[in-house]
Design a protein around this ligand. Structure first.
Ligand code: NAD
Length: 428
Protein backbone atom coordinates (compact mmCIF):
# COMPACT_ATOMS: atom_id res chain seq x y z
CA UNK A 1 0.00 0.00 0.00
CA UNK A 2 1.43 3.42 -0.88
CA UNK A 3 2.26 5.81 1.94
CA UNK A 4 -0.19 8.67 2.46
CA UNK A 5 0.53 12.20 3.66
CA UNK A 6 -1.29 11.30 6.87
CA UNK A 7 0.91 8.20 7.43
CA UNK A 8 3.91 10.47 7.11
CA UNK A 9 2.45 13.13 9.43
CA UNK A 10 1.68 10.45 12.06
CA UNK A 11 5.38 9.49 12.21
CA UNK A 12 6.14 12.76 13.97
CA UNK A 13 3.54 11.90 16.60
CA UNK A 14 5.02 8.42 17.14
CA UNK A 15 8.46 9.94 17.66
CA UNK A 16 7.25 12.46 20.26
CA UNK A 17 5.09 9.90 22.11
CA UNK A 18 8.31 8.23 23.34
CA UNK A 19 9.08 11.31 25.45
CA UNK A 20 5.71 11.99 27.10
CA UNK A 21 3.83 10.18 29.81
CA UNK A 22 0.27 10.60 28.58
CA UNK A 23 -2.24 7.79 29.03
CA UNK A 24 -2.61 5.01 26.47
CA UNK A 25 -6.20 6.15 25.97
CA UNK A 26 -5.09 9.66 25.04
CA UNK A 27 -2.41 8.49 22.61
CA UNK A 28 -4.88 6.08 20.95
CA UNK A 29 -7.45 8.86 20.53
CA UNK A 30 -4.92 11.19 18.92
CA UNK A 31 -4.12 8.73 16.14
CA UNK A 32 -7.59 9.07 14.55
CA UNK A 33 -9.67 12.00 13.32
CA UNK A 34 -12.87 12.60 15.23
CA UNK A 35 -15.06 13.24 12.20
CA UNK A 36 -14.64 13.64 8.42
CA UNK A 37 -17.17 14.97 5.96
CA UNK A 38 -17.06 14.70 2.15
CA UNK A 39 -19.58 16.74 0.18
CA UNK A 40 -20.58 17.41 -3.41
CA UNK A 41 -21.11 21.06 -4.28
CA UNK A 42 -23.22 21.77 -7.38
CA UNK A 43 -22.31 25.13 -8.92
CA UNK A 44 -24.11 26.93 -11.75
CA UNK A 45 -21.33 28.22 -14.03
CA UNK A 46 -21.52 31.53 -15.89
CA UNK A 47 -22.27 29.73 -19.19
CA UNK A 48 -25.34 28.06 -17.65
CA UNK A 49 -23.77 24.60 -17.24
CA UNK A 50 -23.63 22.78 -13.90
CA UNK A 51 -20.36 21.58 -12.38
CA UNK A 52 -20.06 19.42 -9.29
CA UNK A 53 -17.08 20.08 -7.01
CA UNK A 54 -15.80 17.85 -4.23
CA UNK A 55 -15.40 19.45 -0.79
CA UNK A 56 -14.14 18.26 2.59
CA UNK A 57 -14.11 19.22 6.26
CA UNK A 58 -12.25 17.21 8.88
CA UNK A 59 -12.50 17.86 12.62
CA UNK A 60 -9.48 16.02 13.93
CA UNK A 61 -9.89 16.70 17.64
CA UNK A 62 -12.02 19.03 19.76
CA UNK A 63 -11.01 18.08 23.29
CA UNK A 64 -9.44 21.48 24.01
CA UNK A 65 -12.17 23.51 22.27
CA UNK A 66 -14.07 23.82 18.98
CA UNK A 67 -12.30 22.71 15.81
CA UNK A 68 -10.27 25.44 14.10
CA UNK A 69 -8.68 25.47 10.69
CA UNK A 70 -8.52 26.99 7.24
CA UNK A 71 -10.19 26.14 3.94
CA UNK A 72 -7.96 25.42 0.93
CA UNK A 73 -8.93 25.77 -2.75
CA UNK A 74 -6.50 23.78 -4.88
CA UNK A 75 -6.70 21.13 -7.64
CA UNK A 76 -4.76 18.63 -5.45
CA UNK A 77 -7.05 18.88 -2.40
CA UNK A 78 -8.15 15.40 -1.22
CA UNK A 79 -9.33 13.84 2.03
CA UNK A 80 -5.81 12.64 2.94
CA UNK A 81 -4.43 16.17 2.64
CA UNK A 82 -7.29 17.78 4.57
CA UNK A 83 -7.01 15.18 7.34
CA UNK A 84 -3.25 15.79 7.63
CA UNK A 85 -3.76 19.56 7.77
CA UNK A 86 -6.43 19.06 10.49
CA UNK A 87 -3.96 16.88 12.43
CA UNK A 88 -1.32 19.63 12.29
CA UNK A 89 -3.90 22.22 13.43
CA UNK A 90 -4.66 20.09 16.50
CA UNK A 91 -1.04 20.16 17.62
CA UNK A 92 -0.56 23.80 16.63
CA UNK A 93 -3.50 25.01 18.74
CA UNK A 94 -2.33 22.94 21.71
CA UNK A 95 1.24 24.18 21.29
CA UNK A 96 0.08 27.82 21.33
CA UNK A 97 -2.31 27.11 24.24
CA UNK A 98 -5.33 28.31 22.24
CA UNK A 99 -8.71 26.97 23.41
CA UNK A 100 -9.29 25.15 20.12
CA UNK A 101 -9.04 21.71 18.64
CA UNK A 102 -7.84 21.11 15.08
CA UNK A 103 -9.81 21.06 11.84
CA UNK A 104 -9.36 21.82 8.15
CA UNK A 105 -11.39 22.04 4.98
CA UNK A 106 -10.87 22.22 1.27
CA UNK A 107 -12.35 22.06 -2.20
CA UNK A 108 -10.77 20.30 -5.16
CA UNK A 109 -10.71 23.19 -7.61
CA UNK A 110 -8.36 25.41 -9.57
CA UNK A 111 -9.75 28.78 -8.44
CA UNK A 112 -7.79 30.58 -11.18
CA UNK A 113 -10.14 29.01 -13.75
CA UNK A 114 -13.30 30.39 -12.10
CA UNK A 115 -14.84 33.83 -12.48
CA UNK A 116 -15.46 35.84 -9.33
CA UNK A 117 -19.18 35.04 -9.48
CA UNK A 118 -18.49 31.32 -9.85
CA UNK A 119 -16.08 31.50 -6.93
CA UNK A 120 -18.76 33.15 -4.80
CA UNK A 121 -21.37 30.51 -5.71
CA UNK A 122 -18.83 27.76 -4.94
CA UNK A 123 -17.96 29.29 -1.54
CA UNK A 124 -21.60 29.74 -0.56
CA UNK A 125 -22.37 26.20 -1.83
CA UNK A 126 -19.59 24.80 0.36
CA UNK A 127 -21.16 26.42 3.43
CA UNK A 128 -24.62 25.11 2.44
CA UNK A 129 -23.10 21.62 2.30
CA UNK A 130 -21.20 21.73 5.61
CA UNK A 131 -23.40 24.11 7.69
CA UNK A 132 -24.49 21.36 10.12
CA UNK A 133 -20.87 20.39 10.72
CA UNK A 134 -19.52 23.85 11.69
CA UNK A 135 -20.38 26.73 14.05
CA UNK A 136 -18.78 29.27 16.43
CA UNK A 137 -18.77 26.62 19.22
CA UNK A 138 -18.23 23.61 16.97
CA UNK A 139 -15.72 24.27 14.21
CA UNK A 140 -14.44 27.63 12.95
CA UNK A 141 -13.15 28.30 9.41
CA UNK A 142 -10.27 30.54 8.18
CA UNK A 143 -8.30 31.27 4.98
CA UNK A 144 -5.60 28.97 3.60
CA UNK A 145 -4.01 28.47 0.17
CA UNK A 146 -5.95 30.36 -2.57
CA UNK A 147 -8.66 31.57 -0.19
CA UNK A 148 -8.74 35.09 1.27
CA UNK A 149 -10.73 37.64 3.28
CA UNK A 150 -13.28 38.15 0.48
CA UNK A 151 -14.08 34.41 0.42
CA UNK A 152 -14.27 34.30 4.23
CA UNK A 153 -16.78 37.18 4.08
CA UNK A 154 -19.03 35.22 1.68
CA UNK A 155 -18.79 32.15 3.91
CA UNK A 156 -19.70 34.06 7.06
CA UNK A 157 -22.61 35.73 5.25
CA UNK A 158 -23.94 32.40 3.95
CA UNK A 159 -23.74 30.79 7.37
CA UNK A 160 -25.59 33.79 8.89
CA UNK A 161 -28.33 33.43 6.25
CA UNK A 162 -28.75 29.74 7.09
CA UNK A 163 -28.76 30.38 10.85
CA UNK A 164 -31.00 33.46 10.50
CA UNK A 165 -28.69 35.43 12.80
CA UNK A 166 -25.39 37.27 12.33
CA UNK A 167 -22.67 34.76 13.22
CA UNK A 168 -19.26 36.40 12.68
CA UNK A 169 -17.43 33.97 14.99
CA UNK A 170 -17.95 31.00 12.62
CA UNK A 171 -15.20 32.26 10.31
CA UNK A 172 -11.97 34.19 10.97
CA UNK A 173 -9.83 36.10 8.50
CA UNK A 174 -12.91 38.08 7.39
CA UNK A 175 -12.87 41.60 5.93
CA UNK A 176 -12.52 44.15 8.76
CA UNK A 177 -15.93 45.59 7.95
CA UNK A 178 -17.56 42.17 8.62
CA UNK A 179 -15.90 41.63 12.00
CA UNK A 180 -12.38 40.76 10.85
CA UNK A 181 -9.50 41.53 13.17
CA UNK A 182 -6.82 44.10 12.55
CA UNK A 183 -3.52 42.32 12.00
CA UNK A 184 -5.00 38.99 10.81
CA UNK A 185 -3.81 39.32 7.22
CA UNK A 186 -0.19 39.74 8.26
CA UNK A 187 -0.37 37.51 11.37
CA UNK A 188 1.19 34.34 9.94
CA UNK A 189 4.17 36.28 8.63
CA UNK A 190 4.47 38.38 11.79
CA UNK A 191 4.43 35.28 14.00
CA UNK A 192 7.03 33.57 11.80
CA UNK A 193 9.19 36.70 11.99
CA UNK A 194 9.19 36.57 15.82
CA UNK A 195 10.11 32.87 15.79
CA UNK A 196 12.92 33.47 13.31
CA UNK A 197 14.42 36.37 15.27
CA UNK A 198 14.31 34.36 18.50
CA UNK A 199 15.91 31.22 17.07
CA UNK A 200 18.50 32.90 14.84
CA UNK A 201 19.71 35.09 17.69
CA UNK A 202 20.45 31.93 19.72
CA UNK A 203 22.98 31.04 17.00
CA UNK A 204 24.31 34.64 16.79
CA UNK A 205 22.99 34.79 13.24
CA UNK A 206 22.39 38.54 12.86
CA UNK A 207 20.07 39.95 10.11
CA UNK A 208 22.83 41.66 8.11
CA UNK A 209 24.81 38.39 7.94
CA UNK A 210 21.80 36.31 6.85
CA UNK A 211 20.77 35.46 3.29
CA UNK A 212 17.27 34.06 2.76
CA UNK A 213 15.34 32.23 0.01
CA UNK A 214 11.53 32.03 0.19
CA UNK A 215 9.41 29.56 -1.79
CA UNK A 216 5.82 30.87 -2.17
CA UNK A 217 4.94 34.55 -2.49
CA UNK A 218 1.35 34.57 -1.22
CA UNK A 219 -0.20 35.76 2.01
CA UNK A 220 2.43 34.15 4.25
CA UNK A 221 5.56 34.31 2.05
CA UNK A 222 5.22 37.83 0.65
CA UNK A 223 4.42 39.55 3.96
CA UNK A 224 7.28 37.69 5.62
CA UNK A 225 9.68 38.73 2.85
CA UNK A 226 8.70 42.34 3.55
CA UNK A 227 9.23 42.06 7.30
CA UNK A 228 12.59 40.34 6.89
CA UNK A 229 13.89 42.83 4.33
CA UNK A 230 12.78 45.75 6.55
CA UNK A 231 14.65 44.23 9.48
CA UNK A 232 17.88 44.08 7.45
CA UNK A 233 17.90 40.43 6.37
CA UNK A 234 19.01 39.86 2.78
CA UNK A 235 16.20 38.17 0.85
CA UNK A 236 18.00 36.92 -2.27
CA UNK A 237 15.35 34.65 -3.84
CA UNK A 238 11.57 34.36 -3.97
CA UNK A 239 9.20 32.24 -6.07
CA UNK A 240 5.57 31.49 -6.83
CA UNK A 241 3.84 28.65 -8.69
CA UNK A 242 5.30 29.91 -12.00
CA UNK A 243 8.96 29.93 -10.87
CA UNK A 244 11.38 32.19 -9.05
CA UNK A 245 13.97 34.97 -9.18
CA UNK A 246 17.39 35.18 -7.59
CA UNK A 247 19.70 38.16 -7.13
CA UNK A 248 22.89 37.75 -5.13
CA UNK A 249 22.82 41.39 -4.00
CA UNK A 250 19.29 41.00 -2.53
CA UNK A 251 15.82 41.80 -3.86
CA UNK A 252 13.69 44.89 -3.36
CA UNK A 253 10.59 43.17 -1.95
CA UNK A 254 8.07 46.09 -2.04
CA UNK A 255 8.87 46.57 -5.75
CA UNK A 256 8.34 42.87 -6.51
CA UNK A 257 5.02 42.87 -4.63
CA UNK A 258 3.90 45.97 -6.47
CA UNK A 259 4.87 44.44 -9.85
CA UNK A 260 3.13 41.13 -9.06
CA UNK A 261 -0.07 42.91 -8.04
CA UNK A 262 -0.01 45.07 -11.15
CA UNK A 263 1.07 42.52 -13.79
CA UNK A 264 0.43 39.14 -12.07
CA UNK A 265 4.03 38.13 -12.80
CA UNK A 266 7.24 37.76 -10.82
CA UNK A 267 10.20 39.95 -11.88
CA UNK A 268 13.21 41.32 -10.02
CA UNK A 269 12.44 45.01 -10.30
CA UNK A 270 13.06 48.28 -8.56
CA UNK A 271 10.04 50.59 -8.64
CA UNK A 272 9.78 54.29 -8.01
CA UNK A 273 6.11 55.15 -7.73
CA UNK A 274 4.49 53.28 -10.64
CA UNK A 275 7.63 53.04 -12.79
CA UNK A 276 9.45 49.70 -12.41
CA UNK A 277 12.89 48.96 -13.84
CA UNK A 278 14.23 45.45 -14.15
CA UNK A 279 17.37 44.81 -12.07
CA UNK A 280 20.03 42.17 -12.64
CA UNK A 281 18.76 38.74 -11.62
CA UNK A 282 18.51 35.07 -12.61
CA UNK A 283 15.24 33.27 -13.27
CA UNK A 284 15.21 29.99 -11.34
CA UNK A 285 12.87 27.04 -10.92
CA UNK A 286 11.33 26.17 -7.57
CA UNK A 287 13.65 23.16 -7.37
CA UNK A 288 16.69 25.44 -7.88
CA UNK A 289 15.44 27.83 -5.20
CA UNK A 290 15.33 25.01 -2.66
CA UNK A 291 18.98 24.11 -3.23
CA UNK A 292 20.42 27.65 -3.17
CA UNK A 293 23.47 28.31 -1.02
CA UNK A 294 21.73 30.56 1.52
CA UNK A 295 21.67 30.73 5.32
CA UNK A 296 17.91 30.37 5.67
CA UNK A 297 15.37 28.57 3.51
CA UNK A 298 11.67 29.29 3.97
CA UNK A 299 9.19 26.96 2.26
CA UNK A 300 5.94 28.99 2.27
CA UNK A 301 3.88 27.28 -0.45
CA UNK A 302 2.67 23.69 -0.20
CA UNK A 303 3.46 20.38 1.51
CA UNK A 304 5.96 17.72 0.33
CA UNK A 305 8.45 20.15 -1.22
CA UNK A 306 11.55 18.70 0.46
CA UNK A 307 11.56 14.91 0.17
CA UNK A 308 14.03 12.02 0.21
CA UNK A 309 14.69 12.87 -3.46
CA UNK A 310 15.99 16.43 -3.01
CA UNK A 311 16.94 16.74 0.70
CA UNK A 312 20.56 15.88 -0.18
CA UNK A 313 20.75 19.03 -2.33
CA UNK A 314 19.73 21.47 0.41
CA UNK A 315 22.55 23.82 1.40
CA UNK A 316 20.75 26.19 3.81
CA UNK A 317 21.78 26.07 7.49
CA UNK A 318 18.28 26.71 8.83
CA UNK A 319 14.82 25.90 7.47
CA UNK A 320 11.77 27.67 8.87
CA UNK A 321 8.59 25.87 7.75
CA UNK A 322 6.02 28.55 7.05
CA UNK A 323 3.98 26.18 4.85
CA UNK A 324 2.28 23.24 6.50
CA UNK A 325 4.11 19.95 5.97
CA UNK A 326 6.74 21.07 3.40
CA UNK A 327 9.27 18.45 4.59
CA UNK A 328 8.57 14.68 4.62
CA UNK A 329 9.64 12.58 7.60
CA UNK A 330 12.25 10.80 5.44
CA UNK A 331 13.72 14.15 4.39
CA UNK A 332 13.80 15.24 8.04
CA UNK A 333 16.31 12.48 8.80
CA UNK A 334 18.54 13.42 5.87
CA UNK A 335 18.50 17.10 6.88
CA UNK A 336 19.30 16.21 10.48
CA UNK A 337 22.27 14.08 9.37
CA UNK A 338 23.52 17.08 7.35
CA UNK A 339 23.28 19.30 10.46
CA UNK A 340 20.51 21.45 8.99
CA UNK A 341 18.37 22.98 11.71
CA UNK A 342 14.61 22.71 11.01
CA UNK A 343 12.04 24.78 12.89
CA UNK A 344 8.62 23.17 12.39
CA UNK A 345 5.40 24.43 10.83
CA UNK A 346 3.26 23.97 13.93
CA UNK A 347 5.37 26.61 15.66
CA UNK A 348 6.57 28.85 12.81
CA UNK A 349 3.20 29.50 11.13
CA UNK A 350 1.09 29.59 14.31
CA UNK A 351 0.74 33.39 14.24
CA UNK A 352 -2.20 33.06 11.83
CA UNK A 353 -4.35 30.91 14.07
CA UNK A 354 -3.32 32.98 17.10
CA UNK A 355 -4.77 36.18 15.62
CA UNK A 356 -7.73 34.11 14.36
CA UNK A 357 -8.30 33.27 18.02
CA UNK A 358 -8.17 37.00 18.87
CA UNK A 359 -10.70 37.64 16.09
CA UNK A 360 -13.05 34.96 17.47
CA UNK A 361 -12.78 36.48 20.98
CA UNK A 362 -13.51 39.97 19.62
CA UNK A 363 -16.52 38.69 17.62
CA UNK A 364 -17.98 36.99 20.68
CA UNK A 365 -17.47 40.07 22.86
CA UNK A 366 -18.55 42.57 20.21
CA UNK A 367 -15.59 44.69 21.31
CA UNK A 368 -12.68 45.34 18.96
CA UNK A 369 -9.02 45.86 19.84
CA UNK A 370 -6.42 48.26 18.47
CA UNK A 371 -3.63 46.91 16.25
CA UNK A 372 -0.94 47.64 18.84
CA UNK A 373 -2.78 45.51 21.41
CA UNK A 374 -3.14 42.64 18.93
CA UNK A 375 0.50 42.74 17.88
CA UNK A 376 1.67 42.94 21.47
CA UNK A 377 -0.46 39.91 22.46
CA UNK A 378 0.73 37.99 19.37
CA UNK A 379 4.37 38.75 20.11
CA UNK A 380 4.03 37.68 23.73
CA UNK A 381 2.45 34.33 22.78
CA UNK A 382 4.89 33.53 20.01
CA UNK A 383 7.97 34.37 22.10
CA UNK A 384 6.70 32.49 25.15
CA UNK A 385 5.92 29.26 23.29
CA UNK A 386 9.07 29.45 21.13
CA UNK A 387 11.20 29.64 24.28
CA UNK A 388 9.32 26.67 25.78
CA UNK A 389 9.87 24.54 22.66
CA UNK A 390 13.54 25.55 22.60
CA UNK A 391 13.90 24.57 26.30
CA UNK A 392 12.30 21.14 25.65
CA UNK A 393 14.60 20.54 22.69
CA UNK A 394 17.62 21.31 24.91
CA UNK A 395 16.34 19.25 27.84
CA UNK A 396 15.63 16.08 25.82
CA UNK A 397 18.28 16.72 23.16
CA UNK A 398 15.69 16.37 20.40
CA UNK A 399 14.90 18.33 17.23
CA UNK A 400 12.70 21.43 17.45
CA UNK A 401 10.00 19.40 15.65
CA UNK A 402 9.93 16.63 18.23
CA UNK A 403 10.07 19.25 21.00
CA UNK A 404 7.07 21.07 19.51
CA UNK A 405 5.07 17.82 19.40
CA UNK A 406 6.08 16.96 22.97
CA UNK A 407 4.85 20.36 24.12
CA UNK A 408 1.52 20.05 22.28
CA UNK A 409 1.08 16.42 23.31
CA UNK A 410 1.43 17.21 27.01
CA UNK A 411 -1.43 19.72 26.78
CA UNK A 412 -3.59 17.42 24.66
CA UNK A 413 -2.94 14.42 26.92
CA UNK A 414 -3.90 16.41 29.99
CA UNK A 415 -7.16 17.58 28.38
CA UNK A 416 -8.09 14.09 27.13
CA UNK A 417 -7.38 12.54 30.53
CA UNK A 418 -9.44 15.19 32.29
CA UNK A 419 -12.49 13.73 30.52
CA UNK A 420 -11.94 10.34 32.17
CA UNK A 421 -9.38 7.62 31.58
CA UNK A 422 -9.32 3.86 31.86
CA UNK A 423 -7.62 4.14 35.28
CA UNK A 424 -10.42 6.33 36.55
CA UNK A 425 -13.05 3.72 35.68
CA UNK A 426 -10.97 0.79 36.94
CA UNK A 427 -10.38 2.48 40.30
CA UNK A 428 -14.00 3.41 40.92
P1 NAD B 1 -1.52 31.82 -0.75
O1 NAD B 1 -2.53 31.18 -1.59
O2 NAD B 1 -1.70 33.21 -0.33
O3 NAD B 1 -0.08 31.72 -1.45
C1 NAD B 1 0.46 30.51 -1.90
C2 NAD B 1 1.73 30.85 -2.68
O4 NAD B 1 2.38 29.64 -3.05
C3 NAD B 1 1.47 31.61 -3.99
O5 NAD B 1 2.49 32.56 -4.19
C4 NAD B 1 1.58 30.50 -5.04
O6 NAD B 1 1.92 31.00 -6.31
C5 NAD B 1 2.68 29.67 -4.44
N1 NAD B 1 2.70 28.30 -4.95
C6 NAD B 1 1.68 27.49 -5.23
N2 NAD B 1 2.13 26.32 -5.71
C7 NAD B 1 3.49 26.41 -5.70
C8 NAD B 1 4.53 25.54 -6.09
N3 NAD B 1 4.28 24.33 -6.57
N4 NAD B 1 5.80 25.98 -5.93
C9 NAD B 1 6.06 27.21 -5.46
N5 NAD B 1 5.13 28.08 -5.10
C10 NAD B 1 3.85 27.68 -5.21
O7 NAD B 1 -1.34 30.83 0.51
P2 NAD B 1 -0.78 31.18 1.95
O8 NAD B 1 -1.94 31.54 2.80
O9 NAD B 1 0.38 32.09 1.83
O10 NAD B 1 -0.31 29.73 2.43
C11 NAD B 1 0.97 29.22 2.11
C12 NAD B 1 1.31 28.12 3.11
O11 NAD B 1 1.27 28.66 4.44
C13 NAD B 1 0.34 26.95 3.11
O12 NAD B 1 1.03 25.76 3.40
C14 NAD B 1 -0.60 27.27 4.24
O13 NAD B 1 -1.24 26.12 4.77
C15 NAD B 1 0.38 27.89 5.22
N6 NAD B 1 -0.27 28.72 6.22
C16 NAD B 1 -0.97 29.84 5.86
C17 NAD B 1 -1.58 30.57 6.87
C18 NAD B 1 -2.34 31.84 6.57
O14 NAD B 1 -2.79 32.49 7.50
N7 NAD B 1 -2.49 32.24 5.32
C19 NAD B 1 -1.49 30.18 8.20
C20 NAD B 1 -0.75 29.06 8.52
C21 NAD B 1 -0.15 28.33 7.51
Amino acid sequence: MSKTLFDDASKRLEKALKYVSISEDASARLKHPKASLTVSIPVRMDDGSLRIFQGYRVRYDDTRGPGKGGVRYHPDVCLDEVQSLAFWMTFKCALLKLPFGGAKGGITVNPKELSKHELERLSRGYIEAIADFIGPDVDILAPDVYTNAMIMGWMMDQYSIIERKISPAVVTGKPITMGGSLGRETATATGAFYVMNTILSKFNQTPEKTTIAIQGFGNAGAYLADLLANAGYKVVAVSDSQGGIYAKQGLDIPSIRHYKQEYRGMKAVYCENSVCNIVEHNCITNEELLSLDVDVLIPAALENQITENNAHNIKAKYIFEVANGPITSGADEILESKGIYVIPDILVNAGGVTVSYFEWVQNRNGFYWELTEINQKLKQKMLEETEKVWAISQEYNVSMRTAAYIHGLNRLGEALDAKGTRDYYLNN
